[in-house]
Design a protein around this ligand. Structure first.
Ligand code: NAP
Length: 495
């Protein structure tokens, strides 16, 4: 197996990627797994095997922690300005190579190239933002209320961090953790999703080129994420677990981390309501719905999962959305004409289909799409349903696909109650021309993030995260993201 990261030397012709394989990236070296086993990577648009990556064992996990421990002191003592410059270089290299990275993301994840380009820009921005934050970490100094001493608070890197990321944003979910961790002075071990490991390895090679010292970032892939993660968390040198993924796996990891009292950040699932009031600008609401629903073909934690539309605008909105969804080009993500790529796996397609059929069985009307196409590739057509009842499974589970379920509502209190009728609380969207109502409803909706008259809220400069079972902690934002990777140290000083 070829285990060198030659991606950036290649002509960005898709056929080149089929021979592209990586090693585990541990201590700045590329190596196979200790038992030589590999995980196959599948192109979701053709179901063909496109690459193989090593399948890390417990011994490899131990080696990764060892490798992260080696430079830990040197990295935390590296001047913030130097760390900042390296992070800035990561941003520049990602920006220069945006097209190659986007093509790789499209290939292994299936998302449309335009979405992949957007992801690379978003992912790179975490390096620029945290390069700027790295030199602005400051402590506190004050007088104790008793007057007996001074209170000095210093913020220190938390220690070695285990980072676990999902397949839906293979670049951005990794950089949203790696950039603030490195800015804070921590070393990390990244375990990317098994479906999309190639982007994570390509980025590891890029970090090295940007000047990230060996061992500061380590990347391992494994088909045994439970035991491998448990082994890393059991090492007393590991002090942080930052996870992005499903709420179910998040619960398992919180229990595992509790055994060792490890600090946890959890970015988990969502069930975003998209609320359109009668007084909304219809065209703006439809534009916003297409972004909130169809970015990444619906495979986003912030995706609009339930569309509540007020009675007076309901029929016009439903027809407008049907027209727009039915007109989308479905195809391989790597095709520049594609607007909606395949889903990540056959299992994902089956789940989406189950949710659609369940809603139809309970009385929802399918306005377009709604059937799994024949042929190869994990495709599901853009689908709109109306009259979706509250008891439909899709009102409570993440659809994670190109399906827009519309329900009618009459009044403000009613829609707030409906929006909050979920264990999740990540994101919500509100469309109204009445700013006072928008702010009032925003304050009553139980979610970590609200987009008011917008279809997109993600921004490295804003705190991203959820309430309820959507997570713990925040990523990005002024100080929030870095704070997750630091501990406050208080010194009482008599002077
Ligand atoms: P997932 O099944 O929870 O997997 C996420 C990651 O956890 C993968 O790397 C996976 O590895 C790993 N994993 C699975 N079981 C594990 C275990 N027992 N111990 C340690 N690691 C384990 O989620 P997904 O299907 O990849 O991603 C979709 C979910 O992520 C959705 O629920 C979505 O809402 C959520 N998400 C949330 C945010 C946010 O910011 N809140 C952002 C993006 C996605 P393998 O791939 O090897 O199984």
């Amino acid at each position: 197996m070829n285990i060198s990261p030659e991606l950036f030397d290649m002509d960005p012709d898709m056929s080149d990627y089929t021979t592209f394989s990586h090693g585990l990236y541990i201590g700045g070296k590329w190596r196979p797994s200790s038992d030589g086993r590999v995980i196959e990577v599948i192109d979701p648009s053709t179901e063909a095997v496109i690459a193989a990556v090593p399948d890390a064992t417990l011994a490899d996990a131990a080696a990764a922690v060892e490798a992260a421990a080696e430079p830990a002191t040197g990295w935390r003592e590296t001047p913030p300005r130097r760390r900042s410059e390296i992070l800035r270089r990561c941003f520049e290299l990602m920006t220069e190579r945006a097209e190659t990275l986007a093509a790789l993301i499209s290939l292994e994840n299936g998302k449309a190239l335009r979405d992949a380009r957007g992801e690379v820009a978003y992912a790179a921005e975490f390096f620029r933002w945290n390069a700027e934050e790295a030199v602005r970490i400051s402590g506190e100094f004050g007088l104790a209320p008793s007057g007996a001493n001074r209170i000095v608070v210093d913020y220190q890197p938390i220690g070695i961090c285990v980072l676990i990321t999902p397949w839906n944003f293979p670049a951005a979910m990794a950089t949203r953790k790696i950039a603030p961790a490195l800015a804070a002075g921590c070393t990390v071990i990244l375990k990317p999703a098994s479906e999309t490991p190639l982007t994570a390895y390509a980025l590891a090679a890029l970090y090295e080129e940007a000047g990230v010292p060996p061992g500061v970032v380590n990347v391992i892939t494994t088909s045994s994420p439970g035991p491998v993660t448990a082994a890393m968390l059991a090492d007393a040198r590991v002090r942080k677990l930052s996870f992005t993924g499903s709420t179910g796996v998040g619960r398992v990891l919180l229990a595992e981390a509790a055994k060792h009292v490890i600090s946890c950040s959890m970015e988990l699932g969502g069930n975003a309501p998209f609320i359109v009031f009668d007084d909304a600008d219809l065209e703006a609401a439809l534009d916003g719905a297409m972004i909130a629903k169809m970015r990444n073909a619906g495979e986003a934690c912030t995706a609009a999962n339930r569309l509540y539309v007020q009675a007076g605008i309901h029929d016009a909105f439903a027809e407008g959305l049907r027209k727009r969804m039915a007109a989308l080009n479905v195809g391989p993500g790597t095709d520049s004409e594609t607007e909606c790529g395949p889903m990540i796996t056959r299992k994902a397609v089956d789940k989406i289909d189950r949710l659609v059929q369940d809603a139809a069985d309970r009385g929802a009307k399918i306005l377009c799409g709604g059937a799994v196409p024949e042929g190869r590739g994990y495709y599901y057509p853009p689908t709109v349903l109306r009259d979706v009842p509250a008891e439909a499974a899709m009102a409570h589970e993440e659809i994670f696909g190109p399906v827009a379920p519309i329900s009618r509502f009459e009044g403000e209190a009613e829609v707030i109650a409906k929006a909050n009728d979920t264990e999740y609380g990540l994101a919500a969207y509100i469309y109204t021309r009445d700013l006072a109502r928008g702010m009032r409803v925003a304050s009553k909706i139980e979610s970590g993030m609200i987009a008011l008259n917008r279809g997109l809220m993600s921004d490295p400069a804003a705190p991203f995260g959820g309430v309820k079972q959507s997570g713990l902690g925040r990523e990005g934002g002024q100080k929030h993201g870095i704070a997750e990777f630091m501990e406050a140290k208080y010194v009482a000083v008599t002077i």
